[in-house]
Design a protein around this ligand. Structure first.
Ligand code: 5GP
Length: 122
């Protein structure tokens, strides 16, 4: 899939639309999801143009990958989620219902998150 520079997270990264920013390092930006599904729901995105985990894992530099993973750990720790626990998730493609085609990691927490994967509605 070709990267679309007009996707919503690219526009957030360029400062064209606002976000509730929680953390930033050289390679990643973290901000609150606009429609949180748990009491804490933070998105961590690479600053580089990657469509999804497929693209990011194949083409990002070690520094970019490290920056993103460090950012995920940092925001979860700063949100106080380490002790109660949290979940990270990244959707790729249609079966996972990826909506925004700029790679992002969801950080969910703040309540018991239940089982891992729900069945899709019939
Ligand atoms: P996906 O299904 O692609 O893994 O998740 C996309 C996420 O982006 C959804 O949880 C959705 O609520 C969130 N989202 C979509 N548009 C915006 C936006 O403009 N701002 C923020 N902060 N989150 C958004």
């Amino acid at each position: 899939m070709v990267y679309d520079p007009q996707n919503i997270f690219a526009r957030i990264l360029r400062g064209e639309i606002p976000c509730d920013r929680v953390f930033e390092n050289d390679h990643a930006l973290a901000f609150r999801d606009i429609a949180p599904q748990t009491p804490v729901h933070i998105l961590v995105v690479p600053k580089g143009a990657y469509v999804s985990m497929v693209d990011f894992s194949a083409h990002a530099s070690d520094a970019e990958i490290g920056g993103l993973v460090r950012a995920v750990g940092h925001v979860a720790r700063e949100a106080g989620l380490e002790d109660p626990g949290y979940r990270i998730l990244a959707n790729h493609g249609a079966d996972a219902r990826q909506e925004v085609a700029h790679f992002h990691v969801h950080v969910f927490g703040g309540r018991d998150l239940g089982g891992m994967v729900r069945r899709a509605p019939a």
